[in-house]
Write a protein that binds this ligand. Structure first.
Ligand code: GRF
Length: 208
């Protein structure tokens, strides 16, 4: 691990299986990422990501996002920000979080909210991106780690990793191949952040 890195204090937001959170945790435990997961939040009460957090003794909570169905807003957003701040979080990692985050969270953690998207952005933003790629007939798919901005999957790109779309692929086989790369890309992006090697030039992320 680089001696010039600073410890990222990570808060994870997820709605599903949490395999990306697991990859970040594995990198921390392997000593290849200088970070701590301070809090895991999910908008889905029985999401596997909360089981993983429990199993690893990570602080975790269910975030009741009602009345909103597709976004994090209002009182839920305020509670989310408060919980993250109380936990000393300085970096917010969206890992399969199926809600649109609003400017309140972005203002609370400026240029410190990251997301992973299962496509090579700007192609195929939005839901089921791997399926979109398959149906479109793309020959290359992949994943993107990016800073989150006010748009949907539009923020400055930090890292992308590509995979081939193979004959006979189904949505499930393609997504599985993409996820292998996601589990490399997210820890790599966070390592660059912890080492202070990311800077923004317009919407381009420059690597030092
Ligand atoms: C990943 O494919 C990620 O790119 C997308 O949602 C999925 C989450 O998977 N945003 P997991 O919950 O990390 O396993």
């Amino acid at each position: 691990m680089s001696t010039s890195s600073t410890v990222l204090k990570i808060g994870v937001l997820g709605s599903g299986s949490g395999s990306n959170m697991q990859s970040v945790l594995d990198a921390i435990q392997a000593g290849t990422l200088n970070a701590e997961i301070r809090l895991v939040l999910s908008d889905v009460a029985d999401a596997k990501i909360l089981d993983r957090a429990r199993n690893h003794n990570l602080p975790h909570a269910w975030l009741d996002c009602a009345p909103f169905k597709t976004k994090l807003d209002g009182q839920a957003e305020q509670r989310c920000i408060a919980l993250l701040k109380e936990s000393g979080v300085d970096t917010v990692v969206l890992a399969g979080f199926m809600r649109i985050v609003k400017p309140g969270l972005l203002r609370a953690f400026p240029q410190r909210v990251l997301n992973i998207h299962p496509a090579l952005l700007p192609a195929f933003p939005g839901l089921h991106a791997w399926q979109q790629a398959l149906e479109y007939g793309a020959k290359v798919a992949g994943c993107t780690v990016h800073f989150v901005d006010a748009g949907t999957d539009t923020g400055p790109i930090i890292i992308q990793r590509a995979v081939p779309v193979l004959p006979g692929d189904t949505a499930a086989t393609l997504h599985a191949r993409i996820q292998v790369e996601e589990h490399i890309a997210y820890p790599d992006a966070l390592r660059l952040l912890s080492e202070g090697r990311l800077s923004l030039s317009g919407r381009r992320v420059e690597l030092a």
